[in-house]
Write a protein that binds this ligand. Structure first.
Ligand SMILES: C[S@@+](CC[C@H](N)C(=O)[O-])C[C@H]1O[C@@H](n2cnc3c(N)ncnc32)[C@H](O)[C@@H]1O
Length: 317
């Protein structure tokens, strides 16, 4: 059965706005079955299990034990996942416990203090820079993972998240992804022609440098005005590149800088921007939205308020 030119494999639950399909060059992946609006909750998933950071058990024994505790359908969902980095010289047929560990290592996601295995989330492929269109977070209180649409996603478009920070050149990204994740990236940004790729590389590299510069405000290397100018430059480059990663955090940092310099009106407008982006990234009921709403309402109550010299730093442009 074909779906929008993709070969349909399964995992179609009406509540989920995507299906699992074959994606040439990437194994399988998730494709939208309808238009998904920026900020929409795409997936809520509970883990099959969570592995704590510290354990006395050997990794293979631990994963095998957790796998045995699952019911048959969950175990099957786990064993259907892909894996990389299998120990050289070992035969997967005769080393199922090593296969289970490799599956876990390839697919696990941060889940509070540990790493969790989420079979549907595991099917998301990676996209660099402007190619990724969903972001995930884990809620400790709900013990569930949430995936939100960072951008509008068209019906038939692949859902992609970012496995790592991609503010680096294509060559650097390719090397990093091959070494750490074991694949040659086939995302739309890595597939650009050379001229477009060079322009994208320049924007991403400039953004990385600007982020470094922004971070020097805390040690006093740049003042508040320069810091806010830098935040606005990052924002503008992000618009040009279509790279919208961590914008809630960027705006919240700018609100903190504004509050530190006792600039209430800039703190308010940056906090409002942070609320908007945290809502897309994490949902409107997230703790960070609530925290930032408090800054938008009463910037003087921000913990950093008046901790630096008084300055009019400027809001988002
Ligand atoms: C967590 S899994 C994602 C789902 C996987 N494609 C599947 O078939 O289940 C990670 C693996 O997907 C593939 N993959 C993910 N993103 C990719 C990309 N941008 N280009 C090529 N392969 C990718 C790689 O094989 C990688 O090891």
């Amino acid at each position: 059965m074909a779906f929008y030119g993709w070969e349909y494999i399964g995992v179609f639950e009406p509540k989920n706005p995507f299906v699992l399909v074959d994606i040439p060059g990437k194994g399988q992946g998730l494709v939208a079955t309808r238009f998904i609006e920026q900020g929409e909750l795409v997936l809520r998933e509970e883990p099959l299990f969570v592995v704590p950071q510290q354990t006395t058990e050997s990794p293979t024994a631990l994963i095998s034990r957790l796998l045995n505790d699952l019911d048959a359908s969950d175990r099957e969902a786990f064993l259907n996942l892909t894996y990389v980095h299998f120990p050289e010289g070992l035969d997967p047929e005769t080393h199922p416990e090593e296969v289970a560990l490799a599956i876990f290592q390839t697919n696990a996601a941060a889940a509070g203090d540990g790493a969790g295995l989420f079979p549907l989330f595991s099917r998301l492929n990676h996209g660099c820079s402007n190619a990724f269109n969903v972001v995930y977070s884990f809620s400790l209180s709900q013990r569930a993972l949430f995936v939100y649409a960072l951008k509008d996603i068209e019906r038939g478009q692949e859902l992609l998240d970012a496995y790592t920070d991609t503010k680096r050149t294509r060559k650097e990204r390719r090397k990093y992804l091959a070494e750490h994740y074991g694949f040659d990236c086939k995302c739309p940004v890595c597939s650009l022609d050379d001229a477009a790729s060079k322009a994208s590389d320049e924007r991403l590299t400039a953004m990385a440098h600007l982020y470094e510069r922004l971070s020097t405000w805390s040690e006093g290397t740049i003042d508040g005005v320069e810091a806010i100018k830098t935040a606005n430059q990052i924002w503008k480059l992000g618009d040009e590149e279509g790279y919208w990663s961590a914008r809630g955090q960027l705006a919240a940092d700018a609100a903190r800088i504004s509050a530190a310099h006792s600039d209430a009106s800039s703190a308010k407008s940056w906090a409002q921007k942070a609320i908007e982006w945290y809502t897309y990234e994490l949902g409107e009921d997230s703790d960070l939205v609530a925290e930032t709403r408090a800054t938008a309402d009463q910037p003087q109550e921000h913990p950093a308020w008046a901790s630096r010299e008084t300055l009019s730093v400027g809001g988002p442009v």
